[in-house]
Design a protein around this ligand. Structure first.
Ligand SMILES: *[C@@H]1O[C@H](CO)[C@@H](O)[C@H](O)[C@H]1NC(C)=O
Ligand SMILES: *[C@@H]1O[C@H](CO)[C@@H](O)[C@H](O)[C@H]1NC(C)=O
Ligand SMILES: *[C@@H]1O[C@H](CO)[C@@H](O)[C@H](O)[C@H]1NC(C)=O
Length: 360
């Protein structure tokens, strides 16, 4: 297999494409075969800036990447409003699709993409990298341990960063025609995904935005909060806040009836080589309530590759299975994307409706 890696084509030269170029180079099963931009000059300057090998084909259009018969899979870091058109074209031409998040402007568009992938028998995955870090699997061992952790009771998350002034002027994530979901689509996506993950990918029964939403003058969401509820009586709640207006923070707290788990860097680990979280098992207050009976245990999880390279390796191994061994695409990944997008839609709808409760 080592001599038959998955040949990737990248469509678009967004900043995140730099990170994925490196990930493709690091992943054992993948190689960058082609890069397409809207102009050949842009493709050439991206290739020079990232010291891409001369063997990488450079194209001055997105369509040329899809026309290259040697491309097995495409990575699409395009603005969200362009996802449906290009992901559907890619799938129809038999290319496996790795799509940046948020996957689409709404679930109806994502469904068009997923139908095209299914019809062509190609793998779909979105670019949520943290799900591929070994820390995530380690945390799940604890959260699903009913003895030590207990029943899931509450989940909270924040995902924010304060970008530079230029970001607000230039970045696609703050342009209403390109990414109208703004911070909700870019960062709220992670919080919603983390809640679904902790809840065993069970969809919440309802969602409601909170009144603290901030829009840019162009109408893009710059910060917002929301609550998701599970159970017929809304007995389990998850609250998140996402923002382009506050210092970098990526907290996740998952609390069970007999244990709790906390981390501060769940989407991008503070360091690449390993990542940690704290698990506090069965703590009570000591006499006089002046302390706790159990201290948080710090669990350190090494990562053999950066999480984005692990994502590429996982995606590439699924593609190899389909291409070389006639396997079917793995349905888990498109299902996770679809649930995340459905909840995102519900929160967006709640914001539009003045924080009304939206049932899922
Ligand atoms: C491809 O990925 C799979 C799963 O990670 C691994 O078992 C296999 O050895 C990899 N192939 C190569 C060429 O590295
Ligand atoms: C989200 O809200 C915007 C602005 O009101 C609207 O244009 C868009 O269609 C909504 N998207 C979804 C997914 O409902
Ligand atoms: C709660 O956790 C503690 C510490 O892990 C354990 O000793 C205890 O048995 C657990 N309680 C229940 C009800 O499982």
């Amino acid at each position: 297999m080592a001599d038959n890696p998955v040949r990737f084509g990248i469509i678009g030269c967004a900043a995140i494409a730099r990170k994925l170029c490196r990930a493709i180079a690091l992943a054992p099963n993948a190689t960058l075969h082609a890069l397409g931009s809207r102009s050949i000059e842009k493709a050439k300057s991206f290739a020079a800036a990232n010291r891409l090998s001369g063997a990488v084909k450079l194209y001055g259009s997105y369509g040329d990447v899809l026309d290259d018969p040697l491309v097995d899979a495409v990575y699409l870091p395009l603005p969200t409003s362009l996802h449906a058109a290009w992901a559907v074209s890619a799938a129809r031409r038999g290319k496996h699709v790795l799509l940046e998040k948020p996957t689409a402007v709404d679930a109806a568009e994502l469904d068009r993409i997923l139908e095209a992938c299914q019809a062509s028998g190609v793998q779909f995955m979105d670019g949520t990298m943290w799900l591929h870090h070994p820390r995530t699997e380690k945390m799940m061992e604890i959260v699903s341990d009913r003895g030590r952790f207990g029943e899931l009771k509450s989940i909270n998350s924040i995902s924010m960063f304060a970008p530079s002034r230029e970001f607000f002027e230039d970045n696609i994530r703050v342009k209403p025609d390109l990414d109208s979901l703004g911070a909700l689509g870019d960062l709220g996506w992670y919080c919603i995904g983390a809640f679904l993950w902790a809840a065993g990918f069970e969809l919440p029964s309802a969602a409601s935005a909170l009144p603290d939403v901030t829009h840019s003058s162009a109408g893009v969401i710059l910060s917002c909060s929301a609550v998701l509820y599970w159970g017929s009586a809304h007995e389990t709640a998850a609250t998140f806040h996402c923002s382009f207006l506050a210092h970098a923070s990526m907290d996740l707290a998952v609390v069970g009836s007999n244990g709790s788990l906390h981390l501060k860097d769940f989407t991008i680990p503070i360091e690449e080589g390993s990542a940690s979280f704290e698990f506090t098992p069965g703590a009570k207050f000591v006499d006089l309530h002046i302390g706790w009976s159990a201290k948080p245990e710090k669990v350190l999880v090494p990562a053999e590759l950066p999480q984005e390279a692990l994502m590429i390796r996982e995606f590439a191994s699924l593609v190899q299975g389909i291409r070389d061994s006639g396997r079917s695409p793995e349905s888990k990944w498109p299902e996770i994307s679809r649930k995340t997008q459905l909840v995102l839609d519900a929160v967006n709808k709640s914001i539009d409706g003045g924080c009304m409760l939206v049932h899922l």
